[in-house]
Ligand binder design. Structure first.
Ligand SMILES: [Mg+2]
Length: 381
C-alpha cells in the first residue's frame, strides 16, 4: 500500500527537532505543578522534498500528559524513521503508522501531524482549517485564567482586560482555602457584575468527601461551568454533582481521548469537555472525539497546557473547523504569559477573541531569526 501512494516530490525529506525553554511573565498556581520562571517545549520542523517547511510543537506538562524530554526522544529515536519518506498526501495513514510503532506520546505525534498539515497547506494555498473541512468560525472567544498566586495582580489585569472586550475568566479554585476562593469570586462579581462570564476550574483539587457543600457555595456566583472538581477517576462522584447542582460540570483530566469520552457519556459524568490537542494527540483525532461529543450533545471548550504560538495556531485552526467546540478557548499564553515566542507575528487577539489566521497552512511565519530570538534552545537533533 505504502509503495503505491508514495510519490517522489511530496515526501518528507528532513526532520529537525528542537528542545526549547521560554521564560514566562507571571507565576501560575494551578493546584498541581505550579509554574514559575520557565516552560519547556519541543519544536519540530519538517521539510518536503520540494523544499517546503512546516512547523509543529509538542508542549507536554509533566503532571498532566508527559515530559518535553520524552517528546523529544519519541520524535528523535522512534518517529524519525516513520516520518522520513512519508507522503504529504496521506496524513491519516501517517497517524496510523505512528500509533503502530509507538504507544502514547500524543504530543510528539500531534507535532508531526501539525507540521504535515502546515506543509500541505503551504503547497495547496489552503489554511489548515480549510484542509480540516472548512472554517465555521473566524474568531474564537478568549478565556483568561485567574491563576496568579497574587490575586490583586489578577484583579488589576481584569480591570485592564475587561474594557478591552475580554469577558471570559476562568478561576483556578481549590488551590487556596475555600474561604479565600469565595472572597475572590465575591470581589470579581462585585467589580464586574454580570458583565463577565466566570468559570471555575478545580484541577481535581477537591476530595469527593465534602465536595458538594463547597460546590453549592460557589454556585451562588453563577459560574458558567465547574471544571474537573474531583480526581479524574471519580466519575461516579461527578454524576452525583450533575444531579445535585444547577451548574454544568466540565470534564478535563477525566477526558483525554475518545475512550474516556465514551465512559463519560455512558455514566453521564459531564455536561461539557475540555478538548486539548496535547491530550487527544491530533487534530484528526480531535475531530473524531468531537463527533462523538456532538452526538451526545456535549459541547467542547478549547483547553491548553503550556503551548506556544505554533501549537496554539494549530489549536485555532482546529477549533475554526470543529463546530462543537463552542465554549471558547484559553489560548492566552502568547499575549499574556510568554515573554518570547518563535513566531514573527503573534496571532491577533481582538475584542476578547482570537482571530483565526487566513494564510496558508497554520497561517504563521517562523524565520531562523525569530526562532533564535524567541526561545532558548537546549538541544537539537
Ligand atoms: Mg483544566
Amino acid at each position: 500500500m505504502d509503495s503505491l501512494i508514495r510519490t517522489e516530490t511530496d515526501q518528507i525529506a528532513a526532520i529537525r527537532i528542537l528542545l526549547v525553554e521560554s521564560p514566562i511573565k507571571m507565576a501560575r498556581q494551578q493546584g498541581v505543578g505550579h509554574i514559575k520562571g520557565t516552560v519547556k517545549r519541543v519544536l519540530l520542523q519538517l521539510t518536503s522534498r520540494d523544499g517546503i517547511t512546516g512547523w509543529g510543537e509538542a508542549a507536554p506538562w509533566e503532571v498532566f500528559t508527559g515530559t518535553p524530554e520524552a517528546a523529544f526522544a519519541a520524535l528523535d529515536v522512534y518517529l524519525r524513521s516513520v516520518v522520513i519518506g512519508w507522503p504529504l498526501s496521506n496524513i491519516r495513514g501517517l497517524t496510523q503508522a505512528m500509533d503502530r510503532v509507538l504507544v502514547g506520546h500524543h504530543e510528539a505525534k500531534l507535532a508531526v501531524e501539525m507540521a504535515m498539515f502546515d506543509i500541505l497547506g503551504k503547497r495547496s494555498g489552503l489554511s489548515v482549517a480549510e484542509l480540516l473541512g472548512g472554517r465555521v468560525r473566524d474568531r474564537i472567544p478568549l478565556s483568561f485564567s485567574i491563576a496568579d498566586p497574587d490575586f490583586a495582580a489578577d484583579l488589576d489585569r481584569m480591570h485592564q482586560m475587561v474594557p478591552q472586550g475580554n469577558r471570559i475568566f476562568k478561576v483556578k479554585t481549590g488551590v487556596k482555602p475555600h474561604a479565600e476562593d469565595m472572597a475572590h469570586l465575591e470581589a470579581m462579581r462585585g467589580a464586574f457584575g454580570d458583565g463577565i462570564d466566570l468559570r471555575l476550574d478545580y484541577n481535581q483539587a477537591l476530595q469527593p468527601f465534602g465536595a458538594l457543600r463547597v460546590l453549592r457555595d460557589v454556585e451562588r456566583f453563577a459560574p458558567t461551568f465547574i471544571e474537573q472538581p474531583v480526581p479524574r477517576d471519580a466519575l461516579a462522584v461527578m454524576v452525583d454533582f450533575r444531579r445535585a447542582l444547577d451548574t454544568p460540570i466540565l470534564a478535563d483530566e477525566s477526558c483525554f481521548e475518545i475512550g474516556d469520552l465514551q465512559e463519560v457519556i455512558r455514566l453521564g459524568a459531564a455536561d461539557a469537555i475540555s478538548v486539548k490537542l496535547m491530550k487527544v494527540g491530533g487534530m484528526l483525532k480531535g475531530q473524531g472525539l468531537m463527533a462523538l461529543a456532538d452526538a451526545a450533545r456535549i459541547p467542547g471548550y478549547g483547553g491548553t497546557l503550556w503551548e506556544g504560538g505554533i501549537a496554539l495556531a494549530a489549536g485555532t485552526q482546529f477549533i475554526a473547523a470543529t463546530p462543537g467546540i463552542s465554549l471558547g478557548c484559553e489560548f492566552y499564553m502568547p499575549h499574556h504569559v510568554l515573554t518570547e515566542d518563535v513566531l514573527e507575528q503573534r496571532i491577533e487577539n481582538c475584542d476578547g477573541h482570537v482571530i483565526v489566521p487566513t494564510g496558508p497552512g497554520l497561517g504563521i511565519t517562523i524565520t531562523e531569526h525569530s526562532l533564535k530570538d524567541g526561545a532558548r534552545q537546549l538541544a537539537e537533533a
